[in-house]
Every structure is written in structure tokens, then in C-alpha cells.
Design a protein around this ligand. Sequence first.
Ligand SMILES: Cc1ncc(COP(=O)(O)O)c(C=O)c1O
Length: 369
Amino acid sequence: MRIYLDHNATTPLRPEVVEAMSRVLRETWGNPSSIHAEGAAARGALDGARSEVAELVGAAPEEVVFTAGATEANNTVLSGVRRHLVTTRVEHPSVREPAAELEEAGVRVTRVPVDGDGRLDLVALDAALEDGADLVSLIWANNETGVVQPLPEIVTCIAARAPLHVDATQALGKIPVEGDWDFLSASAHKLNGPKGTGCLVARRDAPVLLRGGGQEAGRRGGTENLAGIVGFAAACALARKEAVERRTRCAALRDRLWERLEKLPGARRNGRPEEVLPNTLSLELPGVEGDALVQALDLEGVAVSAGAACHAGAVSASHVLLAMGRTPEQALGSLRISVGHGNDEAQIDEAAERIHALLQRMASGKPGE
Ligand SMILES: Cc1ncc(COP(=O)(O)O)c(C=O)c1O
């Protein structure tokens, strides 16, 4: 039996999502911009989906711009920065990379540090905003550690000195995301929706994403990926309906796993448990090479991920864990386990057993047994 514990990477589609998408592909194939009946049916589906996504993020439907995912949304928001960007040291590459590019082009970029638990240094954020900024862009819940930033305190600290962009890709569907932000990015596939679909929610003017036929009220040209968008909306509807139950259930599974792993030699959790996404367990395992462990666990039928990024075959320590003050060795010895729909207690117990057995074999130098 394979056990999938990597829901922060992506999630399986829920049958309700597949059904909603299939119906659109079969029946609602018109172009939402056409004025005939086929177009009107597609437009109706698009409008309905927009309202559903808006409801989950607490925005008005006209503020939702559908995109090909959070990467596109993040790149777009940052492309509007001209003078000063304030961001953090723990961003996803879809903010990190465009921020570096802005810096190369002469834009001032301030990267606010985090503490040992991954939470933003609000004194440093306040100082960064002394001369104002075009934008504050920050990851709401971290994809590697699950650490959730304290949004109300951050909004108070910013004190309207700059618009706030939140990358809510990992937060949406896991914790409530209503709040006082100006821009929000998300991807459907992190909450049991399809890949290649997401949104930018813009409460004030955002840069135009793509120029073309005037779709999305002129903000993102290109004929809409209606099946993907409807699938995203179906996933949002489920997330709204199941919000409390999902949080409780994921946290119980995650904590059950920790109870079974905490006796591993030197094991410790990254982030304070009450400040971490309910589905995420980021672990430091001294002396273990996270990447090798992930590969070995895969052979044992358990899918997890390491707190390390693999680029062109070279494993580098996670910038997120380094920013939290971990040494490169500690960062390389980290494991990210993220639970979600489809996991149950029996899987958690079985995964814990396989992890224990594998680590014992690795310690005795016989991982392949
Ligand atoms: C926090 C965060 N932001 C952005 C993205 C990018 O999402 P996508 O690859 O769907 O564009 C991810 C995906 O891993 C993420 O975790």
C-alpha cells in the first residue's frame, strides 16, 4: 500500500472536482466571451465559479482574476514594483526569483528576517517600511515548514504604509484566509483542485497579467480555462463546507504521526505547533540526509519530501530553514510530511512504522534490506 504524505506539494483531485470538470468539458465547451447561447452557458459557469472562489477568500467576485496558478499571480504582482519591495527571507521561488530579478534591475529589495520558529520579525518589518514601499509581499503559510505568519499583527505593523500581497497558496483550504490584504495568490491543486489553475485576488489595481482579448475584465487576456476554473471552484466549495472538520482531522493525524516519531534520536519539530498549518509536520532528524531518506521512503511506499531543494542534481540546504537559523547540516537533515484528504489513522501508523524501520536499517548501514 502506498501512503501519500506530501499534500503540500500537490493533492489528489476530489471526485466532486473531477465530476464538475468533466461536466464542463462535455457540456459547457462554449467560449465565455461569445454572445450566443453556448457562450452564455460558459459565461454562467465562469461567473458561478468566480463567486465561489471569492466566497472562500472573503472577496468580491469582481476582485478575482483567474490565472494559471500562484506562480503567475505572484510574478504579476511583483512586476508592478518600481522602487522598493519589502519581502521575507522565506518565500517560495515564485516570489524569490522575481524579487531577485527586480533587484538586478536596480529596485531596492528588503528581505525581512524570521525568528527561529519561522515567524516574521515585526521590528525589522517596521524598520523596512520607514521610507515607504511599493509593496509588501509575503508567504502566509510556508510550503516547507507550514509556519503561518500572524496576519493581523503584520497588517497593524504595516499601518497602511504599503499595499500587502499575501501568497496564500498553502493557506487556502487549510486555515481561514479572510483578512486585510490587498492582493492574494492561490493555486487550485493545493486544495484538491486541478493543476495549472489559480487566481490573483486584487482589491486594488494590479498590473495587467496578460494582454489579449480583454478577458477577465481586461486584466488577463486569453480564453479562460473553464474546466480548470470550475474544478477550482468545486474544490473551494468543499473547503468551505469542510473547513472545521478538515482542520481538526488533519491536526489529529499530524499529531498522531508526531507522537510516533518524536522518540527518533534528536527529532524536533520546525516551527511552534500552534503556529503551523494543521496538516504539516516539518521535522529535523540529526545525522540523517533528508534527500536520501525521501528516496528510500519512496521505495518503501511512503511519499514525503525533504526540507531541501534539488537543483540540477545538486542538493542545497533549504533557504527557509537556514533563515530560521538552522545550520546547513540541520537543514539537509529535515523532512516535510504533509497530510490531507485520503489519509487515515491506519496509514499514519503504518508510515511511522516504515520510517522507524528504515531509519534503523540506515543506522546499521543496511538501508536496502
Ligand atoms: C507557497 C507557494 N507559493 C506558490 C506556489 C506556486 O504554485 P504553482 O506551482 O501552482 O504556480 C507554491 C507551490 O508549491 C507554493 O507552495
